[in-house]
Design a protein around this ligand. Sequence first.
Ligand code: ATP
Length: 252
Amino acid sequence: MNVAVKNVSFAYNGSNVVSDIDFSCASGELVALLGPNGAGKTSLLKCLNGIHHPNAGTILLDDTSLASLSAQAVARQVGYVSQHTETTPLSVFDAVLMGRKPHIRWRVSHQDTCIVDAALKRLGLASLRLRSLDQLSGGELQKVALARALVQEPHLLLLDEPISALDLKNQIELLRLVRRVVDEHRIAAVMSLHDINAALRHADRILFLKQGQCLALRAPQEITAGLLEKVYDIPVEIHCLNGSPTVVPARQ
Ligand SMILES: Nc1ncnc2c1ncn2[C@@H]1O[C@H](COP(=O)(O)OP(=O)(O)OP(=O)(O)O)[C@@H](O)[C@H]1O
């Protein structure tokens, strides 16, 4: 799927928190959203999944306006991993199965349960299959949320800080998994992150937001220390480590 965001603005109570954002994300592309707290990353992601309605601009999913699609049609195409996962007494299996809802016609099929089991295995959640969500750790919940979005088989995957509660191994594995899904299934993905180095390693392009505005949209190798200083108001250095640009705090 190709996604085109054209001059999108969004406001809470009349005050813009996303202003005139313009970018595209092609099939097979992973765009990272970076920026300080409160920059508008979550608000922009919620515009992309139809939860929020922009007060200006348009979002096109393969030339179809998102605003013209029913909630069901959006759910068939767009998967969303939110920043906060609700804990309910549902089992892990049932919670992930809910991701199949947009595709289920009359009843859950054998194929649906196979897809769910495969996602649980892929994310290392098989042993927690029957555990209640309210008995999971924050990191396990984050992986359940990704599994639910993956079984939806979306054409556009939206991820809001998907690694914030994960340990190092799980962070690396989850981002590699997202990268693989994007590459293998040629889906488009937009992911907000606070880990700049993870974005540099995994994203094709990075959109920097500050106070709701796009400061830059660049490929990882085009990012400069000056740009990061402008975004985060703190001096940094970029060094090449194992062939990848890596950001560290500037020596004082
Ligand atoms: N429901 C709301 N009503 C009013 N203002 C809100 C609401 N939700 C968020 N905001 C404000 O909108 C702005 C953008 O918030 P948003 O959550 O999109 O930022 P973010 O970049 O995702 O932040 P973070 O990195 O801290 O998660 C912030 O100033 C925030 O205080």
